[in-house]
Design a protein around this ligand. Sequence first.
Ligand code: NDP
Length: 485
Amino acid sequence: MTYDIQPAGSHFIDGAYVEDTAGTPIPVICPYSEKQIATVHAATPAIIEQALTSARRAQKDWAAMTGTERGRVLRRAADLMRERNHALSVLETHDTGKPLQETLVADATSGADALEYFGGLAGALTGEHIQLGEDFVYTRREPLGVCVGIGAWNYPTQIAAWKGAPALACGNAMIFKPSETTPLCALKVAEILHEAGAPAGIYNVVQGMGEVGQALITDPRVNKVSLTGSVPTGRKVYAAAAEGIRHVTMELGGKSPLVIFDDANLEDAVSGAILGNFYSSGQVCSNGTRVFVQRGIKQAFLDRLTERLKDVKMGDPQDESVNFGPMVSQRQMEIVQGFIAKGLEEGARLVAGGDRVGDRGYFLQPTVFADVTDGMTIAQDEIFGPVLSVLDFDEEDEVLARANATDFGLAAGVFTQDLTRAHRMVAGFEAGTCYINTYNLAPVEAPFGGSKLSGVGRENSKAAIEHYSQMKSVYVAMGAVEAPF
Ligand code: NDP
């Protein structure tokens, strides 16, 4: 099967595509051809109202089903996503520009994993029993109600599923707003969930810019907000959610350290640095963009890295042999070009890349800077593009302190053959997601999320259940009630 690029409607509400052309048109631009390939319209107040009303209505019945029944729907949706992986991947490639080689293995498949995992857990969600002499307390794990998910543009299918799967497993309804840059794939997640048996209204998708997100998160009918986005947006969304004391999950940006010791396996360390900087053309939140390399291995590391960059193949991302795609948008390309210019200006040594490639498609070369120092802009700010900075270090204590000297705390990694040093390092990292001798894997079974400015809450794993449900505590008295008068 193949999907039409132009969706049947801009929004998916109450089990069907809907349209309201009164909303601001949002052009969908293919990052490879730079051509407009579809148009959607931002949600009008009428559309937002439909989404909220149907989610509110559907949630009660959905929560009244058994966890096993809800889980069955999610697991059916997982199967449908896997069956349609190729069509979904082609669409995601049109939307984001990420190479099909990547989208075939990292997007719908990861979404399907989340649906399968939380589908499996749904029937096992329980409260507990606490005996207090004759009396006892039991707890009920209850849903939060209506959850709003707001996504970034780098992993649109995955984010829509990572937020939807635990929300639905716990008995919530979800209203998801994709990034205006990549509006197409979340609609397919909604369509598949409904085909799998999710009741109308339980997973709605509405399009729009920040204002639509704001309108959703400030509505009193909304109980939880889960954002994947930048720190500045996180601040605004967190503040708006705080007004109504709403639950939040914040998956925000990072500037993560990747520490490579002299004794590391060189080939693996180079692979880790490539995965942590150039996958999805560097547009990954957890990327290890500050690559601290111990002085003894530095030259060998740079030599091998630049050699392996010769295997980068750019081109039409729908061609499965292409392994490096364009930036998602002209704006993102220009932001990254600005950082490269800043790196040169501040005295970093350009070892590879640095330029735009061709004049069609938002392609940037994978770029490596050496001799980067801690104070340089490229070592401090999240770039969200294919720019790797190599920083030198000598000692373990020194590198740990420098690795942590950032307001971000999303991820961190270490390459070494020394077992105890590896565990000492990860114990010391101020980051939510750490790696030893690998980088950037995010299996659904493991908690994923950040500390410090990189966020609050965790996605994936059993930990996500805590962020999509709440406990009700019920005291049961078995004897007479004593009162003072
Ligand atoms: P943005 O923060 O610009 O946007 C994220 C989403 O929030 C978009 O859907 C955006 O809408 C919406 N939004 C913007 N302003 C508001 C507002 N005031 N109220 C409600 N919603 C709003 O991030 P990007 O899309 O540029 O994504 C890149 C960022 O996401 C990076 O910082 C990256 O690190 C982070 N990220 C974090 C991940 C994690 O798991 N920790 C994973 C992936 C990315 P619109 O853009 O349509 O206006």
